[in-house]
Design a protein around this ligand. Structure first.
Ligand SMILES: [Zn+2]
Length: 348
């Protein structure tokens, strides 16, 4: 059992309320870094000094927040109305168990029973506005004694390993957080490495925007978990990326065209070290690279990601060999970085 993945995925940290996951990561890294600090948004920024062989300033980013819900009101019957924090499909909500607020009050996301729905209703998606979180309170005051409007509600999922795969919540992006923690635990790099565990990615890359400016790196590598659309399968439907086929290398998404030389370097390093990889189908989605790239005079960025099935639901699945290969690829790419790769002449 990978206890690092277990701890990170079972911890709670919905965008804007990342205290629990941030503290856990701080505890896990503090003996392995030279300095750490938390900025005003809540980004955890840690410096691992280099051996002094290179003066490059390298930033590695992994967002720590997860999607979830926020209580917006309490009804007279004691049930909780909620909004979504980050992109969640309403179809993933009904009947799921959540933990609400700092005291982790357990509730169920309830709606009209299937028995009492009309045929027409069963063919349409129940909107989250028509669902409530039921925490067992009888009336508004009972619920208000335990819950505040603005409290977050997180999914409850126990980490499990199923053969070569792992099941858990929030592998987006805790799998990448685990990789970044392992990088910090390893040997020093030739250059100073600033690890940034960023907040509020799921609501628009907000933490990374601030961190990119503050850190002012020469280059930045973003570690992510990207949606695998390889199940259920339909003929001629693109898989985007597939589980078990190695880490995914971004070329372009809706936020960023990644630095072409950096992308080529990643693929060359993977090939030279026999690390499997796949190119993520260019298209929708985005990573913190979109916020870091325009900082200052522009930062060369690349993103590599572990494929994850069923993202932004309570139950994701990743492949543990992909996880090991993402760690290997990130470490090998970093150890082979040379300044000349990123100088403007390399693009000319
Ligand atoms: Zn993510």
């Amino acid at each position: 059992m990978n206890s690092l993945l277990q701890q990170l995925t079972e911890a709670v940290g919905i965008s804007g309320e990342e205290k629990e996951i941030r503290r856990l990561i701080r505890d896990l890294i503090q003996e392995h870094v030279d300095e750490w600090r938390v900025d005003s948004l809540g980004n955890l920024i840690a410096l691992k000094k280099g051996t002094g062989e290179s003066d490059l300033q390298v930033m590695v980013d992994a967002h720590i927040d997860e999607v979830g819900l926020m209580v917006t009101d309490i009804d007279s019957d004691g049930t909780l109305r909620f909004a979504k924090v980050g992109g969640i499909d309403d179809r993933a909500l009904l009947g799921k168990v959540v933990q609400v607020g700092p005291n982790k009050i357990i509730g169920v996301i309830g709606g009209r029973p299937v028995h009492l729905s009309t045929a027409e209703e069963r063919d349409t998606v129940v909107k989250h506005r028509d669902m409530r979180i039921d925490i067992g309170a009888k009336k508004k005051d009972d619920a208000a004694a335990k819950i505040n409007v603005g409290d977050r509600a997180a999914f409850v999922t126990q980490y499990e390993e199923l053969g070569e795969t792992a099941l858990g919540k929030a592998f987006d992006n805790r799998a990448a957080c685990a990789v970044l923690i392992e990088l910090l635990r390893g040997d020093r790099y030739p250059f100073d490495l600033t690890a940034v565990f960023t907040v509020q990615e799921e609501v628009g890359l907000r933490g990374a925007r601030v961190a990119g400016y503050a850190v002012q790196p020469d280059i930045a590598l973003v570690l992510e978990c990207t949606p695998a659309y390889d199940l259920p399968k339909k003929e001629d439907v693109s898989s985007n990326v597939m589980l078990g086929h190695g880490p995914a290398v971004y070329v372009m998404d809706s936020r960023t065209i990644q630095h072409p030389r950096f992308v080529a370097h990643i693929m060359q390093v993977a090939a030279a070290h026999n690390i499997p990889y796949q190119i993520r189908q260019p298209g929708g989605g985005g990573t913190n690279a979109g916020a870091i790239q325009p900082a200052h005079g522009g930062v060369p960025v690349a993103s590599i990601a572990i494929p994850g099935r069923y993202p932004h639901t309570p139950n994701m699945i990743i492949n543990l060999t992909d996880y090991a290969n993402l760690l290997k690829l990130a470490d090998t790419v970093l150890r082979s970085l040379q300044r000349n790769l990123f100088e403007p002449e390399s693009i000319l």
